[in-house]
Write a protein that binds this ligand. Structure first.
Ligand SMILES: Cc1cc2nc3c(=O)[nH]c(=O)nc-3n(C[C@H](O)[C@H](O)[C@H](O)COP(=O)(O)O)c2cc1C
Length: 280
């Protein structure tokens, strides 16, 4: 896998909702595809990343005109697969960011339009229960596109009001590390490399910037978990386990870039995905 400055990618990534209507260069496309083929993660998963061509209209994203390129993150729809999608998708998003490509995690894409430009539903294409936005709710059969992202170049002129608002009000408005723990943790006593992991973790993107990840640390500082609170629900976002996987990805990148080895596991507990990091 190519060497990437992950910290820099995390710090410069923003959700972009205004794009130039031009395709990615062939070389960039090849690098993205190679990254997908060679990506290594510290856990097993069955997430697929598919790069697609979109029509230059507002059907897919509604809020903005689609640039010609995009990527879809597909998996089964149990809590762990959905969370693994967040982890794997974020590796891809951050790699794309490192190549200067603008992205936006997108859950509420128009399903019929995605199926038209990137057929993926197979026998489930004609279901009367297929929703308008995203793949739907809860567990369904087969693999679905959990989220998608545009891949393109930011269009500075004519930036939409929403984009400007995002930049000034939402992007990088994140809770401090100390507000994200369950249990009593003296943040000042955390080893610097673990604090660094948490600091990258808190910068993860989440739907509507809800930042619903919570951390636990065992007394010997060897076992760390990342999950949403039991029973957490978001009024508009049906798959908050995706965001937890994104956060876990940032944490893992932080630990590994500081040379901390750990065993990563993902389990479903009390109806939500829980990521465990066992430090060696
Ligand atoms: C899993 C996920 C789904 C998202 N879905 C949408 C979406 O459907 N529409 C949208 O405009 N933004 C969507 N976003 C973007 C968030 O609004 C954005 O990440 C958040 O406000 C933080 O801003 P930032 O990404 O610029 O740091 C999504 C983000 C995540 C992580």
């Amino acid at each position: 896998m190519e060497k990437v400055d992950w910290e820099n990618a995390i710090n410069i990534r923003r959700s972009t909702r205004s794009f130039q209507i031009r395709s990615l260069e062939m070389e960039t496309m090849d690098r993205l595809q190679s990254f997908v083929n060679d990506m290594r993660t510290p856990f097993k998963h069955d997430v697929t990343i598919r790069i697609f061509k979109a029509n230059p209209n507002k059907k897919l994203y509604t809020a903005f005109t689609a640039p010609p390129d995009g990527a879809a993150f597909l998996s089964k729809t149990d809590a762990c697969s959905i969370s693994a999608t967040g982890f794997v998708g974020e590796m891809f998003v951050l790699y794309a960011t490192s190549l200067g490509i603008a992205t936006c995690w997108y859950g509420h894409y128009t399903l019929a339009e995605l199926e038209q430009i990137m057929p993926h539903l197979g026998v489930y294409a004609q279901l009367s229960t297929n929703p308008k936005w995203g793949y739907g709710k809860g567990m369904v059969q087969g693999k679905r596109a959990i989220c998608i992202t545009p891949l393109g170049y930011w269009r500075r002129e004519g930036v939409r009001v929403f984009d400007r608002m995002q930049e000034s009000l939402i992007s990088f408005k994140r809770k401090p590390v100390k507000e994200l723990f369950e249990g009593n943790i003296d943040v000042d006593k955390l080893p610097p490399e673990i604090f660094y992991g948490f600091d990258l973790a808190r910068k993860a993107p989440s739907a509507a910037n809800s930042q619903h990840w919570r951390f636990t640390v065992s007394p010997d500082l060897k076992k760390i978990s990342i999950a949403m609170p039991v029973g957490y629900k978001h009024v508009k976002w049906e798959h908050p386990d995706v965001d937890i996987g994104i956060c876990a990805c940032h944490f893992w990148l932080g630990l590994t870039s500081k040379g901390v080895s750990c065993d990563v596991s993902l389990t479903e507990e009390k109806g939500r995905a829980v990521w465990y990091f066992k430090l060696e």
